[in-house]
Design a binder for this molecule. Structure first.
Ligand code: FES
Ligand code: FES
Length: 180
């Protein structure tokens, strides 16, 4: 009879997600996306290609857009991870936002979705863009989103949402108040 050896327990990793510190006992090689969705219940980031190519899984890491499917958990230890759930004012680790971020409001106002699967990545990429360029040109917006795939062809509405969000944030106004 073969007695299986006990599996080694991985060391714990402290992960900062949406302003809270989570102590996880997970293999550091596991993709961040898997931990967010399976262990922390953050289902904003989507699993698309799993290869770092489509952008559906994007999160902010220290304020920069990053592809959570392609980052091992150990790679973000001690860094600030923000998911879609953490963009607005939120109550709890990954609770639904009770007040949406202006970029989220702009995407709703422009109806920039068909199936919506790409929107997590589009919104995260837009938030990161507007941090770098508060008033992006169309070329800058196209470039920032050029590696986020939308299979439904909602690109024109998405670009309109970027400009609406930029305008609303520049004015400090509710996006709903700047709609024509
Ligand atoms: S699922 Fe991460 S880039 Fe496609
Ligand atoms: S709205 Fe369907 S993939 Fe973009």
């Amino acid at each position: 009879m073969v007695v299986p050896l006990p599996r080694p327990i991985p060391p714990s990793i402290d992960l900062r997600v949406n302003g809270r510190v989570e102590r996880l006992v997970v293999d550091g090689a596991v993709p961040l996306l898997t931990v967010l969705r399976n262990d922390l219940g953050c289902n904003g980031p989507k699993y698309g290609c799993g290869l770092g190519q489509c952008g559906a899984c994007m999160v902010l890491v220290d304020g920069a857009a990053a592809r959570a499917c392609a980052i091992p958990l150990a790679g973000v230890a001690g860094r600030e991870v923000t998911t879609l759930e953490g963009l607005g004012r939120f109550d709890g680790r990954c609770a639904s936002a009770d007040e949406l971020h202006p970029v989220q409001k702009a995407f709703i106002a422009t109806q920039a979705a068909q199936c919506g699967y790409c929107l997590n990545g589009m919104i995260i990429a837009t938030v990161a863009l507007l941090r770098r360029h508060p008033k992006p040109t169309e070329a800058q917006a196209r470039s920032a989103l050029s590696h986020n795939l939308c299979r439904c062809g909602s690109h024109l509405e998405i670009l309109a949402a970027v400009q609406l969000a930029a305008h609303g944030m520049a004015e400090g106004a509710s996006v709903s108040n700047v709609m024509p």
